[in-house]
Design a protein around this ligand. Structure first.
Ligand SMILES: Cc1cc2nc3c(=O)[nH]c(=O)nc-3n(C[C@H](O)[C@H](O)[C@H](O)COP(=O)(O)OP(=O)(O)OC[C@H]3O[C@@H](n4cnc5c(N)ncnc54)[C@H](O)[C@@H]3O)c2cc1C
Length: 474
């Protein structure tokens, strides 16, 4: 029997959804036959230390997407490869077998992914294939937000002002579901076949905390907009409250798009970006931060090579002390809010934003440990691990980034704890040894059985770090 003909292949990566997926939508538009393909690439997963919890989240997304695409008569082909170099031969095989004429994909911005896509596109174009690249990972594509001289912004507020000016006139309506294709005789992969392809890759299943799928993502977005977004400005800093959307894992694997998020926020705020409800405008600002970091990766790809944005900070004598580092990773620093946060990360694959800043500042400014070690560890643990946001967050906290926290403004983890976990409820949730301590002492506890003493003196280390940064020639 002759194989079916599919005019287009959509290569899915961090865009595991059917709605508002530009590459998929455009590929399906003329209903000329679409094949979707996903590569599980061991080399990429290993080199980018993708957390087992995120690998599992991706696997569970693929199972659902397989069904959603089947309803559109778009077969999903999932292929395991050891190395990126194997992607082209696999695509060539599919192109030949199904007489494919065009490849559609949504852009990926970190350097390795960018180079991979460039190499794949150039090779296939040279063989006559049409390759079309779209933008879905950001609300405004990289390269479009520029200052008067045409240069990228390095300061967030200026970026945001220009971003809003442009966004006001952009069509921000999410794309609808792709068109259904003609029926075909392709036999869809079974769940078992997809699961087998992931065998041998470390996975950790947290499905009760993080159900997969674009339906779940959009349910969460709706619930957040209905119940929490208006209080976001006041509630977002308190780790024991449900003050934030917890959509980051879904944005990371692309089961929801940032455009869907902003459209929902705008709808709840009469279309206003920077006026109206303060909770909503603050949440919109966070989505702009997200875009800002994605743009930085494109404009300053050097950050993808373990380099600081501010070159002079490379001279800081960062420590690589394994004992202190392990105490931080394992939540054994003797600073309760830091330890509770690190245990939240281990237990849930996620950490509240306020706490990410607190633990990152503690690691870099009190322990003076290289921010790259923290950045790496976060990626190994986070279900929402995203290179741009993670690198941006770490370089902000370490004062090595553009528009970063000034080096002399170091969070004191104890006062952060007193302010944002005043009654100690968050600490008690993760540190049973301290559960019986009153709110007054829980943030800076007296010697307590089963809980370590602080591994560093906060005041001395803070002064030392400020002096070391001050001595750098900026
Ligand atoms: C050291 C450090 C590391 C981080 N690593 C990551 C990471 O790997 N992946 C990741 O998605 N975010 C990262 N962040 C940003 C932020 O902490 C998370 O996006 C946020 O906690 C996710 O929770 P939420 O979905 O409830 O966010 P909400 O407060 O509901 O915000 C909505 C969305 O906006 C985006 N966003 C919010 N804050 C930021 C921010 N500061 N920078 C960039 N985007 C933001 C996220 O996509 C988030 O889902 C990091 C921050 C720091 C300080």
């Amino acid at each position: 029997m002759r194989a079916e003909k599919y005019k287009r292949i959509v290569w899915l990566r961090h865009d595991l959804r059917t709605y508002d997926n530009p590459a998929l939508f455009r590929a399906a538009k003329e209903q000329e036959g679409v094949l979707a393909v996903y590569f599980i690439c061991r080399e990429m997963l290993t080199n980018h230390v993708v957390a087992p919890v995120q690998v599992d989240f991706i696997r569970r997304h693929l199972l659902l997407l397989n069904n959603d695409l089947a309803e559109l008569n778009i077969p999903l082909v999932v292929i395991y490869v050891d190395k990126t170099a194997e992607i082209v031969p696999h695509l060539q095989k599919l192109i030949k077998l199904y007489q494919v004429e065009e490849l559609f994909l949504n852009a990926e911005y970190p350097l390795d992914e960018f180079n991979r896509d460039k190499q794949v596109s150039e090779t296939l174009r040279a063989q006559g294939l049409v390759v079309k690249r779209f933008h879905d990972r950001v609300i405004i594509p990289p390269g479009m937000v520029r200052n008067g001289k045409g240069d990228p912004y390095k300061v967030f507020t200026a970026f945001k002002n220009n971003w809003i000016e442009q966004a006001r006139v952009l069509p921000l309506q999410p794309l609808k579901k792709p068109a259904v294709q003609a029926a075909h005789s392709f036999i869809a992969l079974t769940d078992q076949q997809i699961n087998t392809l992931f065998k041998g890759i470390e996975q950790r299943d947290l499905f009760t905390l993080w159900p997969a799928g674009e339906k779940e993502a959009s349910k969460r977005l709706k619930a957040f907009v209905k119940n929490h977004i208006e209080d976001y400005q006041t509630a977002r800093d308190f780790p024991d409250q449900e003050g934030t959307s917890q959509l980051s894992p879904y944005l990371a694997v692309g089961s929801i798009s940032p455009r869907q998020c902003i459209a929902a926020a705008l709808q709840a705020n009469q279309g206003e970006f920077d006026s109206g409800n303060a909770g909503i405008t603050t949440w919109i600002s966070e989505l702009v931060w997200r875009d800002f970091y994605q743009h930085l990766v494109v404009d300053f790809p050097d950050v993808c090579k373990f380099n600081a944005m501010q070159k002079h900070t490379e001279a800081f004598p960062w420590r690589h002390d394994e004992t202190l580092f392990q105490a931080w990773c394992n939540g054994e620093t003797g600073i309760p809010i830091v330890d509770a946060a690190m245990l939240q990360l281990k237990a849930t694959g996620w950490m509240h934003n306020r706490l990410r800043m607190v633990v990152a500042m503690f690691l870099t400014k009190n322990l003076q440990i290289d921010w790259r070690m923290g950045e790496h560890y976060f990626m190994t643990q986070l279900i929402d691990g995203d290179f741009a946001a993670n690198n941006g967050g770490w370089q902000w906290s370490a004062s090595t980034g553009t528009d970063a926290a000034p080096y002399f403004r170091i969070f004191n983890p104890v006062s952060q704890s007193q302010r944002f976990d005043a009654d100690g409820a968050f600490i008690r949730r993760y540190l049973p040894a301290l559960a019986k301590l009153p709110a007054k002492t829980i943030h800076n506890p007296p010697p307590t059985p089963g809980y370590p003493l602080p591994i560093v003196d906060l005041s001395t280390s803070r002064k030392e770090t400020i002096a070391l940064f001050g001595a750098l020639k900026g």
